[in-house]
Design a protein around this ligand. Structure first.
Ligand SMILES: [Zn+2]
Ligand SMILES: [Zn+2]
Length: 356
């Protein structure tokens, strides 16, 4: 994340912090005099003010490129390497970047992939999309609050994130880190997700995500904040246990978010026995106690919780047919009764349009 932070510092935060929390006028003038001096190139100005002004010394966060700071980098009383500034900036980045990613990917998927016939499904809620977006909006800032400290610890150098390809433990590791990451996070998310279905935590933490029995792409981030955060934890823990290249870390953040949307888009293209795609995750939203995995069906198969998606989901004529839907709704309600009895229902068979 240090590269991302450097980019945002250079183009956004340096100006904001220099305006909101400036150095004393005298020290600030010294910095601007150096930057605006005759014959002064940006590089020589930076060399002159490094360590002076607010004490900040510029060192690029990667060997692959450097972004020479503007003078505002030296004119705030909170220099770039101040922990409080970093954690606050990381919170803003995580929140805003998460929002942009969510709306972009979910909207693209909604327009180009999502089959709108799902609106007629008996378990599709009234105003469901605005409810999903509302839940995601509410959760994202809180998830960002919980995530920023982990990014800070990583930026302060306590993780095994590395920069150049030569720093990998061995050359092939630069490729191996991707399958290793997928295996590790898939394993952890399986158990975390399965844990979230435990009656002690389900109602409070995971149930909001199961309100969407026929999810749209906007349900992908519609979680209780603790739910979304806990399922994101394996991603953050991985670089503290295994080496991870810093650009790969950012790329994987984007990839995971895209995948999360994809398993909620209802496009059951991949009837793969290995991939935990949208069909598997739809089965999870319909019948709860199956398919807890994120990327593969491996741990569900080993943990005896795999359920092969209904064949009807893969046939255009039957996928969005009333018969299949009624069958799904009936089976699901049966399941809720079996699991919970009729009084205190942990699972929710969902409001139907008739109820509203
Ligand atoms: Zn679940
Ligand atoms: Zn889901």
């Amino acid at each position: 994340m240090d590269v991302v932070l450097e980019v945002f510092d250079t183009f956004v935060f340096d100006f904001l912090y220099a305006t909101a929390l400036p150095l004393s006028a005298a020290s600030s003038d010294v910095v601007s005099n150096v930057f605006n001096g005759v014959n002064s190139t940006a590089a020589s100005a930076i060399a002159q003010v490094n360590g002076k002004g607010n004490g900040f010394v510029y060192t690029p966060s990667t060997e692959y490129f450097s972004l020479e700071p503007f003078q505002s980098a030296y004119q705030s009383s909170l220099p770039r390497d101040n922990g409080f500034r970093q954690v606050f900036s990381l919170f803003l980045i995580t929140w805003v970047f998460g929002l942009v990613l969510y709306f972009t990917v979910a909207s693209l998927s909604y327009v180009f992939v999502f089959d709108k016939t799902a609106f007629n499904h008996p378990k599709y809620l009234k105003n469901q999309i605005s409810q999903e977006i509302g839940q995601a909006m509410h959760s994202m800032p809180l998830m960002a609050v919980l995530t920023a400290p982990i990014f800070l610890i990583e930026i302060k150098g306590y993780s095994k994130i590395y920069d150049t390809l030569e720093e990998a433990p061995f050359p092939m590791y630069n490729y191996l880190q991707f399958p290793l990451f997928l295996l590790f996070t898939d394993f952890c998310i399986y158990w975390i997700h399965r844990g979230l279905h435990h009656p002690l935590v389900y109602k409070k933490v995971h149930k909001p995500h199961h309100k969407w029995i026929m999810p749209t792409p906007y349900a992908s981030h519609a979680f209780h904040p603790l739910d979304g955060w806990s399922q994101g934890l394996p991603y953050h823990i991985f670089p503290f246990i295994f080496p991870l290249q810093k650009f790969a870390y950012v790329l994987l953040f984007v990839a995971i978010n895209v995948w999360t949307v994809m398993i909620h888009d209802g496009e059951y293209v991949a009837n793969s026995p290995i991939l935990n795609g949208a069909a598997c995750h739809t089965m999870h939203h319909l019948y709860f106690n199956y398919n807890y995995g994120q990327f593969t069906t491996l741990w569900d198969r080993l943990g005896n919780s795999y359920r092969k998606p209904n064949d009807e989901l893969f046939r255009r004529e039957t996928k969005m047919g009333q018969d299949e839907w009624n069958r799904q709704a009936k089976e699901m309600e049966e399941m809720v009764k079996q699991v919970e009895g009729s009084d205190d229902r942990t699972y929710d068979s969902g409001e139907t349009k008739k109820d509203l």
